[in-house]
Design a protein around this ligand. Structure first.
Ligand code: NIG
Ligand code: FE
Length: 422
């Protein structure tokens, strides 16, 4: 297929963008992309590609922006139930961590999710994933973490890993049994930490290798926070995971600065996520590493807080910055990456170009997939969006609507209704 006549073809070519180099769109005016099967084979000027490939199936972008699909490197998309009641409690003055400490929060979603069958969870996942694709997300990381016991954590991991749907983003699984201390271990975080390290991680690895021989292991993540896992517990769990060969992620500094970002850098984690209360020293350490700083601006927005990731400091220090939605029922029930960009422009002070690069090529690096997605370059997967505008800066500037008219993925062209963008 030859997708041609893009007003602006945002190629994002050249790999992950560090520090203040963030925002290199490598934009081709009047651009075109030639795909064969599910891969991109050529990128160039429309006139040139149209002349050299006269027999290709044509898709006319009609003078609109064409760009890579969004990559969302941090979601909790698989859960049952909702927490509208806690939203109301928070508005009346209770804090997120107080609700968690009193057995609600994540633990209330754990109750609902444990009670759901695998087929119910698959149905909920499919419904949410399909919405994300229509909003332009073509790859999404998805975490377990609402089981907190071996069987149900493994069941969630299998639902994510076995999920396949032509109308959904590709999913990248993360194993997060260390999301909270389950009620069965209340007051015994050391005991639950041991269970994760000595029971859950080795069993998840064995089962994974039996079920999916040759497939890379999922990420292992930890919620390093007061009321969840201490820095030392996080270190123990992540070090064991690394020794077993799992790639790593961490939830760090969402509410307090415990040092999780530096731990991520030290252990060579793929990403450290949240980073709202990160200290200058931790920013410095993180920026000097290969670990991607993933900011989740929907989370402070969803909690009605005013502090966001110090993104400009991270860039000034030379860090690699990505954006994600954090879709979850507690703090951020939204997987709309266009809204994430709008928040990032306003509260992280990113330009639209920086936000786009953080949500494509750098987001791909945060899930170690930047060799196959995140930019429009020959050899990569043909995951493309056509926007309902000729100017990429409309992303970030406009919010609350869907500017994606068409998603191209796995040789399919999925079009949104014409009035979706108003
Ligand atoms: O990333 N902070 C931990 N995990 C999620 C929230 C999950 C929940 O509240 O259900 C987050 O914000
Ligand atoms: Fe999260």
């Amino acid at each position: 297929m030859l997708i041609h006549s893009a007003s602006q073809l945002l190629t994002l070519s050249g790999g992950p963008q560090r520090g203040t180099t963030l925002g290199e769109l490598n934009l081709l005016p009047d651009g075109a992309v030639l795909t064969h099967g599910e891969r991109i084979v050529e990128v160039g000027q429309s006139s040139d590609l149209l002349a050299r490939h006269p027999h290709e199936t044509l898709l006319d972008a009609g003078g609109r922006v064409v760009m890579p699909g969004f990559v969302d490197p941090h979601t909790h998309l698989i859960f049952a139930g909702d927490r509208a009641m806690e939203f109301e409690q928070r508005l009346q003055g209770k804090s997120y961590l107080e609700i968690l400490a009193s057995g609600g929060g994540i633990l209330s979603t754990v109750k609902a999710t444990r009670a759901a069958s695998a087929s119910q969870l698959t149905g909920l996942l499919r419904q949410r994933a399909r919405q994300l694709l229509r909003l332009g997300t073509t790859t999404a990381e998805v975490k377990t973490g609402y089981g907190l016991e071996l069987d149900s954590e493994i069941a969630q991991l299998m639902v994510i890993a076995e999920f396949s749907d032509p109308l959904s983003p590709d999913l990248v699984p993360t194993f997060l049994p260390a999301h909270a201390i389950p009620p069965e271990y209340k007051g015994d975080s050391a005991g639950y930490t041991r269970l994760v390290m000595d029971g859950m991680l080795p069993q998840a690895k064995d089962l994974w290798q039996q079920r999916f021989p040759g497939r890379p292991l999922p990420f292992v993540d930890v919620f390093c926070e007061r009321g969840a896992f201490t820095l030392e517990e996080s270190r123990l769990i992540l070090s064991r995971a690394a020794a077993l060969g799992f790639p790593l992620k961490i939830h760090a500094d969402e509410f307090e600065n415990l040092g999780g970002a530096s731990l991520a850098a030290e252990l060579g984690a793929a990403s450290a996520d949240h980073l709202v209360c990160t200290s200058p020293a931790d920013i410095h350490t993180l920026a000097g590493s290969q670990t991607i700083a993933v900011s989740l601006p929907c989370t402070p927005f969803g909690l009605g807080e005013t502090a966001y990731t110090p993104a400009r400091d991270i860039l000034k220090a030379g860090g690699l910055l990505a954006l994600a939605s954090d879709f979850n029922p507690g703090t951020a029930w939204s997987g709309n990456m266009q809204f994430v960009l709008a928040l990032a422009c306003r509260y992280l002070k990113l330009t639209p170009a920086q936000a786009i690069a953080a949500a494509t090529i750098n987001a791909a690096a945060a899930i170690q997939r930047d060799d196959s997605i995140g930019s429009l370059e020959p050899g990569k997967l043909a995951h493309l969006l056509i926007l309902d505008t000729d100017d990429y800066r409309q992303l970030g500037y406009r919010f609350g609507a869907n500017l994606v008219t068409t998603v191209i993925k796995n040789e399919q062209v999925i079009s949104n209704p014409e009035d979706a963008g108003c």
